[in-house]
Design a protein. Structure first.
Length: 359
């Protein structure tokens, strides 16, 4: 089959982009996207078709991406269309048969609406309310054109049922466990995330402020035009001496950090799924994660610990695990292999085959 994968944008490389790249390799598919700034940072070996650049301004960026997907037409070029992200599925109006690999419904429109609203000034709140009201209608109308939905976790499956009243299958995102390796339990903890408010990176910084004997390295970036620019600047402006920041880094450098860190810390609020804990496990490293969202589906007592989202709980867990991190090694490796790319490929190909038989 000739398959195209529509993905929001490649302005930065996160979990969603990594999944799309692996999906394209498995299915020999083309990727159709907007902003391709980050494509040159990776050696993906995939074909990428650009719809052009988006407007680099929060709100307008999403609108411009939506319009590019809605008005594009590749209906005669492919046999199956896969959508990934929050805006790519607006191409569903004329591209069938199709499948949406849903990382999450837009959280600012639904479960995180109140949180986003609280952080805005009065005039921005007025604009945001109107913006969301219009986009909710458009979002649900677009989803009504989708033929099949696959969720990336039980957590996201519940959101899809709650907000769209649609059922979905689950295919967990993959990691290529063979690419990760163990070197040592070094003298630093690692945090890998996009610099978004919902990642709660301030919790990590607050925790390490009271642990001068521990070091934290934070790696991550953000795409221009996202809502996170003020937040990213804020958290980088006043870091304690035992916390260092790296911007977005190449995959090889990330794997090297994972190989040498003592463990990894994840504090995202109700994370959709989260590939980072599994990448750490594939490197034999324990995970300290907040007890919510997709972390509950990956982190087990023998691979790390789930804690309440407060600094005291995080400090206690970091200090306890730091005493003997090697006790988690074997269980971490085994757990990561349960989410290996081979498992993902088998389930994805089976789903694509099912659709091809139906159509």
């Amino acid at each position: 089959m000739r398959i195209a994968i529509f993905h929001d944008y490649f302005g930065a490389i996160g979990g969603g982009e990594k999944v799309v790249i692996e999906m394209a390799k498995i299915l020999d598919a083309d990727i159709i996207t907007t902003d391709t700034d980050a494509v040159k940072k990776i050696d993906a070996g995939v074909r990428v078709i650009s719809l052009g650049k988006t407007v680099k301004f929060p709100g307008l960026k999403q609108i411009s991406a939506t319009l590019k997907f809605y008005f594009c037409n590749f209906s005669q070029n492919y046999d199956l269309f896969i959508f990934s992200g929050n805006w790519a599925h607006y191409a569903s109006n004329r591209h069938h048969p199709n499948l949406w690999y849903c990382h999450t419904p837009v959280r600012a429109f639904y479960d995180n609406y109140s949180t986003f609203l609280e952080g805005l000034s009065f005039f921005k709140q007025v604009f945001f309310r109107g913006y969301v009201w219009i986009f909710r209608i458009a979002d649900r109308r677009s989803v009504s054109h989708i033929d099949y939905i696959v969720a990336n976790s039980h957590n996201v499956q519940m959101r899809i049922r709650q907000f769209y009243h649609r059922e979905s299958d689950i295919i967990y995102p993959p990691i290529n466990s063979s690419k990760f390796y163990f070197s040592e339990y070094g003298n630093f903890w690692l945090s890998v995330n996009r610099l978004y408010p919902e990642k709660q990176i301030e919790l990590q910084i607050e925790s390490f402020q009271v642990m001068p004997e521990q070091k934290l390295v934070i790696a991550g970036g953000f795409a221009q035009g996202d809502h996170s620019a003020p937040y990213a600047k804020q958290i980088q402006s006043d870091m304690p001496t035992n916390v260092s920041f790296l911007s977005e880094i190449p995959d090889a450098e990330l794997r090297n950090l994972l190989a040498h860190c003592r463990g990894i810390i994840c504090t995202a609020k109700d994370e959709d799924f989260g590939l980072t804990p599994l990448e750490a496990m594939a490197s034999g490293k324990p995970v300290v994660a907040v007890n919510s969202g997709g972390f509950r589906e990956t982190v087990t007592p023998d691979t790390g610990t789930l804690v309440n989202p407060d600094a005291l709980a995080i400090v206690s867990a970091i200090r306890r695990i730091s005493e003997k991190p090697d006790q988690y090694h074997d269980a971490c490796i085994a757990r990561a292999q349960e989410f290996d790319i081979s498992v993902f490929a088998e389930k994805l190909c089976k789903k694509v085959h099912e659709i091809s038989r139906i159509v």
